[in-house]
Design a protein around this ligand. Structure first.
Ligand SMILES: [Zn+2]
Length: 241
């Protein structure tokens, strides 16, 4: 059952191109070589720096307060690195990150974020995605709860939409799906997978009263998407006041 329909992006302009085309292109990137030895499970410095930068950037904007939020970067076709559970995202160090497989099982020491299954779902379904950001902003939290019955938030007509890959006109509307929140994260990941799968037309989704998941084909693209979507959610929230 899809509460929001398969076509999650709807182009509303006469000249704009289908937003889904660009999003699909975003998922066509290459991934690295598959690591097999224990030695390759060591966390590469570049991946750690990239992930720490993404997390601190979101924390600085107030979107990952009080140990909330989690962030990950793909290492290769079988592994990604993610923040450990319950840590201050404004004071993360490389030792606060760990490597997991695409089922979310730790490959290095530590306990991964409780929401690792939701990151794993994205990496399994979208081979071109190399970074995932999950934030707990006020706008995402309030809007997702207020609009849960509708099943999505519409982001439409804003210039900032052009920050999303594949969109080149403000005359565009995208629908950001909303899922009910759930403490059984594995079950939630199964539900997201069943409803979104690897749908390339979706830039992210919301968990009601909880926050945003979004991603990109690079850490830079993921950072741009999280900033753009958070901005757009704030616009919608202000518009409802
Ligand atoms: Zn969360």
């Amino acid at each position: 059952m899809r509460r929001f329909g398969r076509a999650s992006n709807v182009n509303i302009g006469a000249t704009g191109r289908a937003t889904g085309d660009g999003a699909a292109g975003a998922c066509s990137g290459q991934v690295g070589q598959i690591g097999s030895s224990v030695q390759q499970h060591r966390l590469p410095d570049v991946a750690a720096a990239t992930l720490l930068s993404l997390a601190s950037r979101c924390h600085a904007r107030g979107w990952a307060q009080a140990t909330s939020g989690n962030f990950s970067v793909r290492l290769d076709a079988r592994r990604f690195v993610i923040t450990k559970s319950g840590l201050d995202k404004g004071a993360l160090r490389a030792e606060d990150l760990l490597v997991v497989d695409l089922d979310g099982n730790p490959l290095t020491d530590g306990r991964p974020s409780a929401e690792t299954p939701l990151h794993a779902q994205v990496y399994r379904r979208r081979p071109g995605i190399t970074a995932v950001a999950h934030t707990h902003s006020v706008a995402a939290t309030v809007l997702s709860r207020a609009l849960l019955a509708e099943g999505y938030v519409v982001l439409s007509g804003f210039e900032m939409l052009k920050a999303l890959v594949g969109i080149d006109t403000h005359e565009t509307a995208i629908r950001l799906p909303i899922f009910p929140n759930e403490q059984d994260v594995q079950r939630l990941a199964t539900q997201v997978d069943a409803e979104l799968g690897g749908d390339d037309c979706v830039y992210g989704y919301l968990l009601a009263g909880h926050g945003l998941y979004t991603w990109g084909t690079s850490a830079g693209e993921a950072a741009r998407h999280v900033e753009a979507i958070e901005f757009l959610l704030e616009c919608v929230l202000h518009g409802r006041r």
